[in-house]
Design a protein around this ligand. Structure first.
Ligand code: GLC
Ligand code: MG
Length: 679
């Protein structure tokens, strides 16, 4: 073993500064001889080492000597295996933590979605129609409400036959609403305030003023088949019995082309032909266009109408004995060939896949909600959730609560809730809609008495609530005279007019309810109740609809049982609907007792053994009852009153009543570590 060179420490200097022998050449040969004769078993190097003391470092051969001694070797081995064990343990813990952690919730799950109808929200330039700048001026309102997602109904360039749902240019903003710059500024401002913007996307049809339609009717070779054309008789243009959603035949004869085109909505809204791959590509390009601009998601309009059967056969009549010439509305036909055709879900999956490519940036998940009214064919709606492996919408809109006013009772409320909960595929996320630009305001159809309890239901059910502008203050429908009708559906049949629920947002008691403070024009009349029903007044009143909305929304987002806990039916009768929200491992739970009925009642829940005897009113829609402690055998509610009751218990309700309980993704709370885990 040649160790001689290693025993030298040529750079060593004594503390007094004299250079060591190693530097002086005179002693080198001697030294070399000595050091080469090292014999490990006699420990001569050890002796040398002692001679050359002090050393700056331990030479290798000495190190080897010591290291082979049992006390070092064993210690070393122990340290080695300890390191291995710790590393493995750390890896295992990391894997376990990842595997045990419940999925983080998306922004579209934690916040309600607020629908802005841009014509009616806020008018910044005084032309009587709301606009994008107007929305930007009101962003504080969303922050005040703790709402983080805003869906804005269409603001594309449009001739406004269906107020924006007839799009002339999908890549441009209508001048009524502003410019592309206004849009970009609005989006940037929303993002800087941590607000998400969901756009309306209308794939089924365009405006008849769209460039594609003009090229199609003139048979430009590329655009010829962009729409659904068929031969027909010019004087009786009805190639089959299909009807428009707005009434009458869904076919219109086009003089330019000499054929009929299909329109499932207005004649100014020709249906695109999705059997044409070029059309499909156009739509994908548009999705890229808006996602590229940074929008956070889409509400896909009228999806069930996207495809229709190419055979164009008559649809079967609901009443086979009805004279065919009187078949004029969608209710007269089974829409077997005009809605939910095979291939529709493939299209949605394809669009979803495009959308998902934009969701890969951290914190930039892009969301998709589909609009389809399938009425009693619930399974058709549920199909938009798709399968666990192939995604379509994050959720299809749930419109069942829109039927609440049909029969205000606890049992009916439970029935409607259960239509969704009982049919939603396992593990999916629910959502609730109580109003939109197509349906009467619920405060009018159900009656003001129920406004608060409906908002309470909306914000305490499991899933994402949707709030149509004005619902947070209890806005009601306006009355419209024949001459005031704006909505094309209302021109067909006044009772179908959607104008009543589209009146200007009531911001204050000022002129035009603060909607337009520049001129005295509003595109629809302001509701006469605006002096008492408005944001400004309600902000000052702790018991207002607005204050309650805000409280409930904050409660929903701050209390785990509401956001990700179990939802269990507890009781339903002619008046009261009662359910609870609890999370395994968490002692704090909430019982909801909502009176949708026509009389004040005392509900006795003493048979519900899992509930403690005493329940505390965290919030009542009647603020006089806030803070009261109630006995579970005597829970008093007035008509339209809703209670959020908090209680503490170690006993969960869900294990004993699995058939009454739902959870989208199970999570348990671990008190000692204050964490959630999959369980
Ligand atoms: C959707 C919209 C509605 C519109 C229709 C046609 O149902 O919500 O307002 O008239 O599609 O685009
Ligand atoms: Mg269509």
């Amino acid at each position: 073993m040649e160790l001689g060179e290693c025993t030298r420490n040529p750079g060593y200097r004594d503390s007094d500064g004299t250079v060591s022998a190693a530097d002086t050449n005179t002693t080198v040969p001697e030294e070399k001889v000595d050091s080469t004769s090292v014999k490990l078993e006699q420990h001569p190097a050890e002796e040398k080492y002692m001679q050359f003391k002090p050393y700056a470092g331990m030479p290798k051969e000495v190190l080897l000597l010591y290291s082979s001694q049992a006390r070092y070797r064993v210690t070393r081995e122990i340290m080695f295996w300890l390191t291995v064990a710790c590393t493995l343990a750390l890896v295992a813990v990391t894997i376990a933590v990842i595997a045990m952690s419940p999925r983080c919730m998306g922004w579209w799950q934690t916040t309600p979605v607020y629908q802005v109808y841009p014509r009616s929200f806020h008018d910044s330039d005084g032309d009587g129609v709301g606009d994008l700048k107007g929305i930007q001026q009101k962003l504080d309102h969303f922050q005040y409400l703790n709402i983080k997602a805003v869906w804005i109904s269409p603001f594309y360039r449009s001739p406004m036959k269906d107020f924006g749902y007839d799009v002339e240019d999908f890549r441009d903003i209508d001048p009524l609403f502003g410019t592309m710059k206004d849009f970009e500024e609005l989006l940037a401002e929303m993002h800087s305030r941590d607000l998400k913007l969901i756009m309306d996307f209308i794939p089924n049809h365009t405006s008849d003023r769209h460039r594609w339609f003009n090229l199609s009717r003139t048979r430009d070779p590329h655009y010829e088949d962009y729409y659904v054309w068929t031969d027909c008789n010019a004087s009786n243009p009805k190639p089959n019995n299909w009807v428009s959603i707005f009434g009458n035949s869904s076919w219109t004869y086009d003089e330019v082309r000499g054929q009929c085109y299909l329109h499932q909505f207005l004649k100014e809204q020709p249906d695109l032909n999705f059997r044409n791959p070029d059309v499909r590509q156009e739509i994908v390009d548009l999705i890229h266009f808006w996602l590229g601009k940074g929008v956070d998601g889409f509400r896909m309009d009228a999806v069930k109408h996207i495809l229709e059967a190419s055979h164009l056969r008559d649809e079967p009549q609901v009443d086979p004995n009805q004279p065919p010439e009187t078949v004029t509305t969608e209710w007269d036909l089974h829409s077997d060939y005009t809605t939910s055709q095979v291939g529709l879900h493939d299209l949605l999956r394809e669009w979803r896949a495009v959308i998902d490519t934009y969701s890969r940036e951290p914190g930039r998940y892009r969301f998709l909600v589909t609009e389809s009214y399938d009425y009693d064919e619930v399974w058709k709606t549920m199909m938009y959730y798709s399968t666990p492996l192939v995604k379509e919408s994050d959720f299809p809109f749930n419109f069942y609560l829109l039927d609440l006013p049909q029969n205000t009772s606890g049992l009916w409320a439970k029935h409607l809730v259960h239509l969704w909960m009982g049919n939603m595929p396992k593990g999916k996320w629910a959502n609730w809609v109580v109003g939109n630009h197509d349906r009467s305001r619920i405060a009018s159809s159900a009656g003001q008495a129920y406004t608060r309890v409906i908002n309470m239901l909306l914000l305490t059910l499991p899933g994402t609530p949707t709030t149509y502008y004005g619902e947070e203050i209890g806005m009601e429908n306006i009355n419209i005279t024949e001459s005031q009708v704006q909505d094309p559906a209302g021109k067909y049949n006044k009772s179908l007019s959607r104008d009543p629920e589209r009146s200007p947002m009531q911001w204050s008691g000022d002129m035009n309810a603060g909607f337009n403070i520049k001129t005295n024009i509003t595109w629809l009349p302001v509701h006469p109740n605006y002096e008492s029903v408005n944001v400004e007044v309600q902000k000052e009143d702790e018991g207002s609809v607005l204050a309650q909305y805000r409280f409930l929304n904050t409660l929903r987002q701050s209390e785990l049982p509401f956001l990700r806990g179990w939802f269990c039916y507890v009781h339903a009768d002619a008046n009261v609907f009662s359910y609870l929200r609890e999370l395994d491992g968490l002692d704090r739970a909430f019982l909801m007792v909502l009176n949708f009925g026509k009389e004040s009642v005392i509900t006795d829940l003493s048979s519900v053994l899992e509930l403690p005897d005493q329940l505390k009113v965290v919030m009542s829609t009647n603020s006089a009852n806030n803070g009261k402690v109630l006995k579970k055998s005597q829970i008093m509610t007035e008509v339209g009153e809703g209670l959020v009751l908090q209680y503490s218990t170690g006993t969960r309700f869900n294990p004993n009543h699995p058939d009454q309980c739902y959870i989208s993704e199970k999570a348990c709370y671990m008190k000692v570590m204050d964490i959630l885990y999959k369980c």
